[in-house]
Ligand binder design. Structure first.
Ligand code: UFG
Length: 325
């Protein structure tokens, strides 16, 4: 019997890509999403249950009726800037919503969860690449909301044997190589889709600061292809199904690229110039965020396969052109 997985937030960017890969790998999938930020069209036909994470009763019914074996929990708000303006919304949605889901899981006796966490857990890290042993010290409400859920999961591991793998993503990017799913946020805040938009509209994109202590003065990030990210969730599930313990893993490549290098890669793949201006630094941006993913590689045998900048750009560009047709 194939395992049956509930994917919360499966109508979103990473959730929809992971759903496709789970199906490709032979899992059976049910998607729970309230469609507040996600897109119905991103979910394969028949899989979507429109439900809010605060609706514990409905989640319990779905877990039971669908005979779910494990949950991958993506459903959350993700915009760092917005989280500083509306922290109450972020804590209610991301923390209270997760607690509601956990309560439904405990009642339905579903004891395995893969949780979507973030490099924002590290705040302004003192070193780079960053290992998981670096203390959690978020500097925005979004990162704090994810760390709070990680801590909840620690307690439920200890008290109820709820096993969890928390994946701390670095910069999710790229699109499904077969162009079935990709990034489609509104408003968009992420660098790569904004660079493409600048090409399409002719409106310059602002580079947030060129006076950082990095080789070219712009911020360095670790861009991880969404397909590799999705694969990390499958590796995490396999570990839980094999009886593995709760664990936290960084998901990144270990290679950092500056904003200017990303812009150059966009120009190379599109053959077009990106109109841009240099603006002030964006509040809360650390100069460099690069993952040490040794633990994920050694413990779960995961390795990135699509995360070279060229593949990221080619798939993201194919998706951007398709999405705007
Ligand atoms: N950037 C610009 N101009 C823009 C947008 C971004 O110069 O218009 C720069 C940012 O300053 C940053 C880099 O491009 O240096 C990447 O920015 P993104 O907004 O694409 O991504 P972030 O690194 O800020 O954020 C990502 C996720 C967050 C997560 C964070 C963890 O989107 O959800 O990584 O570090 F919290």
């Amino acid at each position: 019997m194939p395992h049956r997985i509930l994917v919360t937030g499966g109508a979103g960017y990473i959730g929809s890509n992971t759903t496709l890969q789970l199906l490709d790998a032979g899992y059976e999938v049910v998607v729970a999403d309230n469609l507040s930020r996600g897109h119905e069209a991103a979910v394969p036909p028949g899989l979507l249950r429109v439900v809010d994470m605060h609706d514990t009763e409905r989640l319990f019914n779905i877990l039971q009726a669908e005979q779910i074996d494990a949950v991958i929990h993506f459903a959350a708000y993700i915009a760092v800037g917005e989280s500083m303006k509306l922290p109450e919304v972020y804590f209610y949605n991301n923390v209270a919503g997760s607690l509601s889901l956990i309560r439904a899981m405990l009642r339905a006796d579903v004891k395995k969860i893969v949780f979507s966490s973030t490099a924002a857990a590290y705040g302004m890290p003192s070193r780079s690449p960053i290992p998981e042993s670096e203390p959690s010290a978020p500097i925005n409400a979004y990162g704090e909301s994810k760390v709070m859920v990680e801590r909840l999961l620690d307690w439920f591991d200890q008290l109820h044997q709820l096993r969890s793998v928390r994946l701390r993503y670095f910069n999710a990017s790229g699109a499904d190589p077969a162009c079935r799913a990709g990034e489609d946020h509104e408003p968009e805040t992420h660098l790569i889709p904004l660079l493409f938009r600048a090409i399409e509209t002719g409106q310059p994109v602002t580079l947030f600061g060129d006076d950082y202590p990095t080789p070219d003065g712009t911020c360095i990030r670790d861009y991880i292809h969404v397909t590799d990210l999705a694969q990390a969730h499958i590796s995490a599930l396999e570990s839980l199904f094999a009886g593995g313990p709760s664990a936290t893993y960084n998901v990144g490549t270990g290679a950092g690229y500056s904003v200017r290098e990303v812009l150059d890669a966009v120009e190379a793949v599109t053959g077009r110039k990106v109109p841009h201006v240099i603006g002030p630094r964006r509040e809360g941006d650390p100069p460099a965020l690069v993952a040490d993913s040794t633990r994920l590689r050694t413990e779960l045998g995961w390795a990135p396969r699509h995360s070279d900048l060229k593949t990221i750009m080619a798939t993201a560009w194919a998706w951007a052109q398709r999405a705007h047709k």
